[in-house]
Design a protein around this ligand. Structure first.
Ligand code: NAD
Length: 434
């Protein structure tokens, strides 16, 4: 199959590279010339484990190419995927569909007869209808279908998720589109893949429902963590105790500073807005959004309290800036709420992150260290915001010797309170007793 990805960011690029790896001919398009120039050189502009070698191998095999110009690529494509960003619209919380509709107009003029246009971006219910309406404006009578195929990959594990997804949701009522989509995903499985065919609007909603549910699970355990602090219980044990129940499941039960990242915050908010517009408000998700927003702000207060009630003139070492490990993505990362609040309270912040510092420099005005120990040296407190593997087995004796005062605020619970106490730290985790 000949496939075109419009938008070569985290989703478009990973999808494009993985499709090529399964033998399809893929052209990845992006309107950012700097991004395309780097990709043409075999350089991956984002950090995603394993993506660089797979990209290089598929470019060498002649199955994967990059361009800023859709014209040539679209001409004989069987399917054109829209994988552009759908950020929060300024002012009202709805998803901003400007990029999706812009891409649609470009594709509408160029798509071949019988092509399938696939929306991979996360888009509110009804967006596929509007994409189709725009298409018909340009190409009345053309035999081109518009399909919804939301993406469920996680940054940091994107290749594995893309190649072995739990399910592939496809929203269409066209037989031809169904055939094309089945052919596109067929190589991923020797036996039959977990394809779920539904209506286009249902498919669009499934993506939001999935993200909202996961965000709710995180928020649930975060509230349990707060309760644990009041009742002298341990949230790690609560999470294990409920997570071993198959009806609940152990995933997404890690208490922390509140969910962030490029999807959950914007998608929960967009779902809330969609539901309000439809006069069927999702009270549960409205509360999740509110509770999570407050939580991220409260984390700075927790750190200040751990520092004796004031951070004025103090130096705070921060380990981890990205919204989660194994990505360089800083979009809506909890660090972006926590660090400015510490600075506003008079702290000097120095941080280290294995991959996100280049992106962080654009949004945070702080000092950057070259490694974890360098970061900690002479600091009044250590705060762990992201649970990178590299921070999970620090030489704690060295950490203690480097800190000016042995205060550790571990927002990801990667260390054990008793052990930290035995080593002489004043240790603050999340939901780990009184
Ligand atoms: P991104 O910002 O990393 O990438 C979007 C890319 O599209 C950018 O490189 C931009 O230059 C390009 N672009 C915009 N308009 C274009 C146009 N008209 N022609 C060509 N290129 C254009 O975004 P992302 O994180 O890959 O997310 C894309 C979509 O996928 C969003 O709707 C998001 O919600 C969804 N999604 C993201 C993830 C994730 O983990 N990042 C997971 C699942 C779904």
């Amino acid at each position: 199959m000949r496939l075109v990805m419009v938008g070569s960011g985290y989703v478009g690029l990973v999808s494009g590279v993985c499709f090529a790896d399964f033998g399809h001919d893929v052209v990845c398009v992006d309107k950012d010339p700097a991004k395309i120039a780097r990709l043409k050189n075999g350089e991956v502009p984002i950090f995603e484990p394993g993506l660089d070698t797979m990209l290089e191998a598929n470019m060498r095999a002649g199955r994967l190419s990059f361009t800023t110009d859709l014209t040539e690529a679209a001409r004989d494509a069987d399917a054109i995927f829209i994988a552009v960003g759908t950020p929060t619209r300024r002012g009202d919380g709805h998803a901003d569909l400007t990029y999706v509709y812009e891409a649609t107009r470009e594709i509408a003029v160029l798509a071949a007869e019988n092509a399938v246009i696939v929306t991979k971006s996360t888009v509110p219910v009804g967006t596929g209808d509007e994409v189709e309406r725009i298409l018909r404006e340009f190409r009345p009578g053309a035999n081109i279908s518009v399909v919804s195929n939301p993406e469920f990959l996680r940054e940091g594990a994107a290749i594995e998720d893309f190649k072995r997804p739990d399910r592939i949701v496809i929203g269409t009522d066209s037989d031809h589109a169904r055939y094309v989509m089945t052919e596109i995903y067929r190589p991923l499985y020797i036996n039959q893949g977990p394809l779920l065919f539904v209506s286009r609007r249902t498919s669009e909603l499934i993506k939001y429902a999935a993200n909202a549910f996961l965000a709710m699970k995180i928020t649930f355990i975060n509230e349990m963590a707060d309760l644990c602090e009041k009742l002298d219980a341990d949230v790690q044990d609560v999470a294990r105790g409920i997570g071993l129940d198959n009806r609940i499941g152990a995933k997404f039960l890690h208490a922390g500073p509140g969910y962030g990242g490029s999807c959950f915050p914007k998608d929960t908010l967009a779902l809330v807005k969609t539901a309000q517009d439809a006069k069927s408000p999702t009270r549960l998700i409205e509360t999740v959004v509110e509770v999570n927003g407050r939580r991220k702000k409260r984390m700075a207060e927790k750190i200040i309290a751990a520092c004796g009630g004031s951070v004025a003139g103090k130096r705070i070492a921060v380990l981890g800036l990205a919204f989660k490990p194994n990505t360089d993505d800083m979009r809506d990362a909890p660090a972006l709420d926590i660090i400015p609040a510490l600075q506003a309270a008079g702290a000097e912040v120095i941080a280290y992150d294995p991959e996100s510092m280049e992106q962080a420099r654009q949004v945070l005005n702080i000092g950057f260290a070259e490694g974890p120990y360098d970061c900690i040296e002479g600091a009044d407190a250590l705060v762990i915001i992201t649970e990178w593997n590299a921070f999970r087995a620090l030489d704690l004796k060295r950490v203690k010797a480097s800190l000016k005062s042995p205060v550790v605020v571990d927002l990801r619970n990667i260390y054990r309170p008793q052990e930290m106490k035995a080593l002489g730290f004043t240790y603050h985790g999340i939901g780990r007793g009184a």
